[in-house]
Design a protein around this ligand. Structure first.
Ligand SMILES: Nc1nc2c(ncn2[C@@H]2O[C@H](COP(=O)(O)OP(=O)(O)O)[C@@H](O)[C@H]2O)c(=O)[nH]1
Ligand SMILES: [Mg+2]
Length: 349
């Protein structure tokens, strides 16, 4: 391990350039991380002590609910604050195959994206949800770490809220925004229920569409079930931005209604995101969240590393043979796994 005093010295030119604001260097560095190269790995270790300052905001929900539209509106909002406040530098990581950030956008989205593309304070990176070397959640976590270390104050992570790895990605954020839209169908209720557990803010986008009340009612009932024990929760008025005082003990996810394509409700949504950030900076909440976040990240790393090592230790075709043995009912899945793992233990002792 490097001694502490050397920790802030950056020896790699690419990493130094990325820190000094060179966007091409940053893009190259992120590609190395995506490809799992040794240089990327070394850069992560070099950069880690500089990270930990950014507010990580996850935006998740069903495809087509309007996540990308909301993200671009939010970024635009934060970059053009009316108060003359210096705008924060914002990065977007879009882990979504249908994202306008990675193509496949309708024209309106492209126009908005172009607005952002000329802004030097905004960095957008899209990621294929398949094909990253170390697993989706791991790679996303590492990219976010780099963006944080080179000085982006806010990092938005857009991900489709379907599937385990997307939930894992959402867990990497400090603030998770779950986006729903009217008429998305009942088949995704289960996903929604799962996502609800990790939601800090709920958004019903496309509030210009029919069925807003029904969507609102459904989400509100789910929230009430989840938070019943927390306290006596009155109604959840839509669009009410939580006010954080020294008395605030629990965070109850606010329900916000937006029309992303018209920029409606964006200011309030941004205010809710900022309120959650403020809540986290209250009474050690941030530390708790950071630890929970890092626990999630490290569990992913340990799992992936162990699995990779175990896979690497298998003889050619061993796994396939086991699958055949299970398929032909010679072994139960449990027996097969026991055997596969016990061989691994022997080889590694
Ligand atoms: N009517 C309506 N359409 C919207 C709204 N927000 C987004 N859309 C449209 O819904 C489609 C999907 O949006 P997108 O942001 O790509 O959704 P994502 O897949 O969740 O990222 C696009 O055609 C958007 O223009 C909205 O508030 N109202
Ligand atoms: Mg999208």
């Amino acid at each position: 391990m490097q001694p502490i005093e050397d920790r802030n010295k950056i020896s790699t030119p690419l990493v130094r350039n990325a820190i000094s604001g060179d966007r091409r260097a940053l893009a190259q560095l992120l590609t190395q991380i995506e490809n799992g190269t040794p240089e990327g790995f070394a850069a992560l270790n070099e950069l880690y002590p500089r990270s930990g300052k950014a507010h990580l905001v996850g935006i998740t929900g069903s495809p087509g609910s309007g996540k990308s539209s909301l993200v671009s509106q939010l970024v635009h909002h934060y970059r053009h604050l009316p108060t003359g406040e210096a705008p924060r530098r914002i990065a977007v990581v879009a882990v979504d195959p249908t994202s306008p950030f990675s193509g496949g956008a309708v024209l309106g989205d492209r126009v908005r994206m172009r607005d952002l593309a000329g802004d030097q304070g905004v960095f957008i990176r899209s990621m294929a949800s398949r094909g990253s070397q170390g697993g989706l959640a791991q790679t996303t976590g590492q990219m976010v770490q780099v963006l944080d270390a080179v000085g982006y104050a806010m990092i938005m992570i857009e991900t489709v809220g379907a599937g385990q790895s997307e939930v894992e990605v959402a867990r990497l954020a400090h603030t998770t925004v779950v986006v729903d839209a009217p008429g998305m169908g009942d088949d995704i209720q289960a996903i929604k229920a799962g996502l609800l557990e990790i939601a800090d803010i709920l958004v019903i986008n496309k509030a210009d569409r029919p069925g807003v009340e029904a969507a609102e009612h459904a989400l509100r009932s789910m929230l009430q079930i989840q938070y019943e024990a927390a306290s006596k929760i009155q109604e959840f008025p839509c669009d009410e931005v939580p006010i954080i005082t020294s008395e605030t003990k629990t965070w109850i996810p606010p329900l916000m209604c937006t029309v992303a394509i018209q920029g409606k409700g964006i200011e309030k949504l941004a205010a809710a995101i900022d309120a959650h950030n403020e809540f986290l900076h209250h009474k050690g909440n941030w530390q708790n969240r950071e630890e929970a976040r890092l626990r999630a990240e490290m569990e992913i790393l340990v799992r992936d590393a162990l699995q990779a090592r175990w896979r690497g230790s298998l003889a050619d075709g061993e796994f396939e043979r086991m699958i055949k043995a299970v398929a032909s009912r010679k072994l139960s899945p449990q027996q097969a796994v026991e055997e596969l793992i016990s061989n691994y233990k022997v080889r590694n002792s």
